[in-house]
Write a protein that binds this ligand. Structure first.
Ligand code: KMH
Ligand code: ZN
Length: 329
């Protein structure tokens, strides 16, 4: 009834409802007790969720974007260091990394990754570096796995095959995902479960049940890729509601929907990814001048929402990772 709706707003008020006389008290009691329970849950669990610390990942380089599209996309090691340092100083806890040669060609070469990771770590000793095992479309599994030999503390693990625009296919068969997960388990690398669609979550959970992937689970929903789920609030909510209780998630949106997915992700109790890999433009009018500019915007919005930003040490705790600073060897 209307009265119940009004008094559901506060858990105790539902007991104090002055309209109790309107219906037999004995009949109403079970429902009123259940209202108290529902409202208490709202005031504790949901409130606590919305007061979480937000982990910001900066995906600074990507494999598909170029300096022709935005001159600030990093190619050289100095450029990687500059972008990482500015992003870290602005509040990013994680750097998601695709390697490139100085001419911009994407590569999964172990030694190029080593040089980039070592240089970033020297400049940002506490940051979590999360190299990509996705690489670029067309790369082989062995090529993509090279960087795991550097024992990074975290790496992306893509959870399904999909179209990737035009004739491109991003291949991640079930057996590939199992092999990638096994490599990460062997080396103590925390997988970031990249899901571009609902079926990718189902695949990840299937591999959890079969013992290939181990909790605590951290998902990254990458929405808005041409070939994956759309970057809409409905899709993000659907994906968020499809992961198990206790799992954490990051919200990533491609292009225009980056900011929308980030904000909605924070409202849903999640974390955010920004950066050139996903979006080059600060707004409709102009390119972003650095990855840090996106990070700064998220920090401002989070502050307005009364959310704090996680440091790398806090991010490790939230994600269930050991307390350590990663070092490539
Ligand atoms: N470059 C895309 C084909 C990842 O980093 O793990 C895949 C990708 C996913 O970016
Ligand atoms: Zn990536």
């Amino acid at each position: 009834s209307r009265n119940d709706l009004i008094y559901q707003i506060h858990p105790l008020k539902s007991l104090l409802n002055p309209f109790w006389f309107a219906e037999p008290a004995v009949l109403a009691l079970p429902r009123r007790i259940s209202n108290v329970w529902v409202n208490l849950k709202f005031f504790t669990k949901e409130r606590v969720m919305s007061a979480h610390k937000v982990i910001i990942t900066a995906a600074i380089s990507g494999a598909e974007v170029t300096q022709e599209m935005n001159p600030a996309v990093p190619y050289t090691i100095d450029q990687y260091v500059r972008e990482s340092k500015l992003a870290r100083e602005a509040g990013a806890a994680i750097i998601h990394l695709h390697a490139r040669y100085d001419d911009g060609t994407p590569t999964q070469d172990r030694e190029r990754f080593r040089a980039i990771i070592d240089a970033i770590q020297a400049a940002c000793p506490d940051v979590i570096i999360q190299p990509s095992t996705g690489g670029a479309t067309g790369m082989t599994a062995e090529e993509r796995l090279q960087l795991t030999e550097l024992n990074p503390e975290m790496a992306s693990l893509d959870c399904g095959t999909m179209n990737f625009g035009g004739d491109d296919i991003f291949v991640n068969t079930e057996n590939m995902i199992i092999a990638f997960a096994a490599r990460m388990n062997e080396r103590g690398i925390k997988p970031e479960l990249e899901c571009f669609d609902k079926s990718h979550i189902d695949m990840a959970l299937r591999l959890v049940r079969k013992g290939h992937i181990h909790p605590p689970l951290h998902f990254n929903f990458v929405l808005g890729v041409n070939g994956g789920a759309a970057g809409t609030p409905r899709d993000l909510l659907f994906l968020k509601e499809s992961i198990p209780e206790g799992a954490t998630f990051t919200a990533t949106g491609i292009g225009r929907c980056q900011l929308e997915m980030n904000v909605m992700g924070m409202l849903l109790g999640g974390h955010v990814r920004v950066g050139f890999e996903d979006n080059l433009k600060y707004n409709r009018e102009r390119n972003a001048i650095s990855n840090a500019e996106f990070v700064e915007r998220i920090v401002r919005i989070a502050k307005e929402l009364n959310l704090e930003i996680a440091t790398p040490a806090e991010a490790r705790k939230i994600l269930g990772m050991p307390e350590r600073v990663n070092q490539s060897k």
